[in-house]
Design a protein around this ligand. Structure first.
Ligand SMILES: Cc1cc2nc3c(=O)[nH]c(=O)nc-3n(C[C@H](O)[C@H](O)[C@H](O)COP(=O)(O)OP(=O)(O)OC[C@H]3O[C@@H](n4cnc5c(N)ncnc54)[C@H](O)[C@@H]3O)c2cc1C
Length: 415
């Protein structure tokens, strides 16, 4: 019989499963509650574009959880393009991800695989959409209950941390499609195109339920011309709208999408949500405490592609803290300290994302400086894995100016 504490995890998304499988590997008896079965997830709609940068991939490898190293198409480079007002390309640059590629594995592939693995290894898996009543009973019967329900309604039990929130409303309307037939102009990359004042378009490879493919994601500034997905419902309409948007805002790429088709009818999504930071501990009516993780407590806009990376890092932080607790109770103080350790990391991903959404002039200058300095290009690609490294330049115009001057002077000396 296990002498280790009993842990319940509500919500079997990216963060919940990394934590559940990590704990299981260390001999914990874990109860995992998912509102959907593996089959429902595998046959449902896409929910993300889930690109993982090298640092998060390394954590998954270290935990023995990256089963798609060979099958997922690698995104070797970050390519950034900025559109000019006349609809042409203003500038573009490319930098490799280090020490290896980034990659995206459709959650409809990843999550069912991990859920089945958890069950096969003897984990207790329940399928129910947890409400307050179920939550009370789960918290009463476990030493620690972690809530990992992402954007799910039940997360409202956790109070908003107003001091840590930058926005109260959505900043982008988001849409995505997974496609076959995207024409290539270079080796596999994450291609980010910024259309100043309008939004952003992303192309990158993905491993989906039909095999390797590509995805197109659109982020339209609210109320602007790229916020154009209202009323788009049928798969055919999604595909048509995706092509229309590329033709209109990235005419230089029109021929690349001319022949794309959806990988499957469920490979479409659209919607918007406000970024939010919540307090990490919720108190149930019984007085019991539950700990929130990943998107539930720190939800960012996907413009920088940091959320899934944060989910992995949050799970690893919580895993280490649970193991190190070594028999001591998981009280409120420990919960707050555990989240604080995660916040030490995720505050930078959050600031990086919120500043990118606003797109101030110094950030535009930092992006443009990638045309002049290889060091700056590499800094853009590498810092996505370690967002703290974007600072202080990303957060301060004077620091950005110094940073650009230092590296462009170096580039001039080198050349
Ligand atoms: C369009 C889009 C594109 C994105 N692209 C990227 C990207 O390229 N790179 C990146 O790093 N991040 C990206 N993200 C963010 C990333 O998908 C999330 O940050 C990540 O999935 C968060 O993981 P999580 O485990 O916290 O939540 P989720 O993965 O959302 O998992 C939460 C789980 O809880 C379940 N649940 C909810 N309520 C209940 C309940 N009451 N009872 C039981 N279960 C429940 C849900 O069904 C779900 O399975 C993107 C997000 C969006 C919306």
């Amino acid at each position: 019989m296990s002498t280790k504490p009993s842990i319940a995890i509500i919500g079997a998304g990216h963060a919940g499963l990394v934590l559940a499988l990590g704990l299981q590997d260390k001999g914990y008896q874990v109860t995992l509650v998912s509102d959907r079965t593996p089959a429902e997830i595998a046959t449902g709609r896409i929910t993300s574009t889930q690109l993982l940068y090298p640092a998060a991939r390394a954590i998954e490898r270290e935990l023995g959880l990256d089963f798609w190293q060979e099958s997922a198409p690698p995104a070797h480079d970050l390519q950034v393009t900025v559109a000019a007002p006349d609809g042409d390309v203003d500038f573009t640059w490319t930098a490799p991800y280090q020490p290896g590629p980034s990659s995206s594995v459709d959650y409809r592939v990843r999550i069912p695989y991990w859920l089945n693995m958890f069950r096969r290894r003897g984990g207790r898996l329940f399928h129910v959409a947890v409400g307050l009543e179920e939550l009370e009973s789960i918290a009463a019967s476990h030493d620690l209950t972690v809530m990992s329900t992402g954007k799910g309604e039940i997360g409202r039990l956790f109070e908003k941390d107003k001091a840590r929130c930058t926005y109260d409303t959505p900043q982008r309307y988001i849409a995505a499609v997974y496609v076959d037939g995207l024409r290539r102009t270079q080796r596999l990359s994450t291609e980010v195109t910024a259309i100043p004042g309008t939004g952003e378009v992303f192309f990158f490879p993905v491993l989906t339920i039909t095999g390797p493919a590509d995805l197109l994601m659109f982020e339209g500034c609210i109320g602007g011309p790229l916020d154009c997905w209202d009323g788009i419902d049928s798969p055919a309409d999604y595909l048509k709208q995706a092509k229309t948007v590329v033709n209109k805002f990235m005419p230089w790429a029109a021929d690349r999408v001319a022949d794309v088709t959806l990988t499957d009818d469920k490979a479409v999504l659209r919607g918007c949500y406000p970024p939010i930071v919540r307090k990490p501990v919720a108190t149930l009516p019984s007085g019991r405490k539950v700990l929130g993780m990943a998107d539930l407590v720190v939800l960012n806009d996907p413009i920088t592609g940091e959320g899934a990376n944060n989910a992995v890092k949050c799970a690893k932080t919580y895993l280490d803290a649970i193991v190190e607790r070594d028999g001591e109770p998981f009280d409120e103080e420990w919960m707050n300290q555990t989240f604080d350790t995660y916040w030490d990391y995720v505050q930078w991903a959050t600031a990086y994302t919120n500043i990118t959404l606003a797109g101030p002039q110094h950030v535009r200058d930092l992006v443009r400086a990638g045309t002049k300095s290889q060091v700056i290009r590499q800094w853009h690609a590498d810092s996505r894995s370690v967002p703290e490294n974007f600072f202080p330049a990303w957060g301060d115009a004077a620091e950005a100016e110094k940073f650009i001057a230092r590296h462009t002077a170096l580039a001039t000396t080198e050349s």
